[in-house]
Design a binder for this molecule. Sequence first.
Ligand code: MEV
Length: 451
Amino acid sequence: MTDTNDISRIANGFSKLSKAEKLKATASIFPDAARVEAEMNSFNHPDAARQKIFDEFSENTITNYYFPYGVVPNVIINGKSYMMPMVIEESSVVAAASKSAKFWSTRGGFHAEIVDTRKLGQVHFIWNGDKQKLIDAFPALKAELMEQTQHITANMQKRGGGILDVELVDMTAYEPGYYQLKASFETCDSMGANFINSCLEEFASILRNFCEDREDFSGSEKQADVIMSILSNYTPDCLVRVWVECPIEELGSFEDGKITADEFARKFAMAVKVATVDTYRATTHNKGIYNGIDSLVLATGNDFRAVEAAGHTYASRSGKYSSLTYIDLSNNTFKYVLEVPMALGVVGGLTALHPMARRSIEMLGNPDARELMMIAATAGLANNFGALHSLTTSGIQKGHMKMHLLNILNHFEASETEKVDAVEYFKHNKVSFNSVRSFLIAYRENILNHG
Ligand code: MEV
């Protein structure tokens, strides 16, 4: 039998092979190579020109990996209605966001505001010398950093952005001679990673020259040893706030009138408190928020890893990982708020290249980056509200398993007729892996016995 882990079977120089050769070589590690090759190939786009766009996004591509693209209609944010695209493989996420969007659409919708849009980057360097001399020389260095990066920043400045500030940060308490140039940027409608990194690499060379040329520096002071220059994905000042708000009594009742608005609000607030004080729950609570945010961010061709990394760091800003949301029930009002850092773009990167990312942005009415931040944060709050709503009333499994039913049916290779009848049957019965298996066994036996 072929050992699929025997990577020595893949020749050196894999990256130099043609796409078809790479696919063949990869399929060859499977016992049923020809079938695997055909199957993988079937996920390539029939239009070669279109496929080429996807192939060129990354490296060693052999096929595509499909994810569902869903939409949440009628999401009201600041009085404007959006059709929200979501790319996600997990069942229930789009349904939860839709349910929340509908719930809040008759209670004022979602409200959102941008707190700030400042992004950060650092040049980390070692400089051994008289600290005070470096501090004294910094204003002159800063002027050079600003001036000598004009060729990179001119266009961004025309759009209202550019380098906002540069600070010298003394890190010598952690490591002898370790300093940073910590810069902040406004990158307007682009996510800005390339712009920021280009500025930082230019800073690094300006810094080296500056130290070499500086007359009052001597010996080791003439040498700035640059370790690295890179943006920070932690953007606590690129922050968006989104909230829902209504008088508690307008929440209505839940579970066929068994739970009153007051009980719901109290229990919901307690669930938020749990996520605030307990790190185990906070992780799951925030994961649910990123179910929504990531889906929207992915649908618009943005970097969901960057957005998530920033969010989890922000959730730890007090020194303890905690909830990204908070609640206020004062004045008989239910006000539920999510605050997240979010570095997004609507120009450049995949947003322009991926045909579906372009469509998503168009579907959202061609928002600028600030508006997209508010939409993505809303997706997060909608999902989180949906999750807490279920968790504190019916429990999560009832709705989740109903949504998961089709996955289980597909697992058992149910026919279309079996699916239709199963969906009907499980409207009134509890869904579980075993109950679906039993249903199909009984269903198939019945057909065998009675034709
Ligand atoms: C599942 O993907 C997300 C939830 O677990 C989130 C939560 O518990 O808040 C439902």
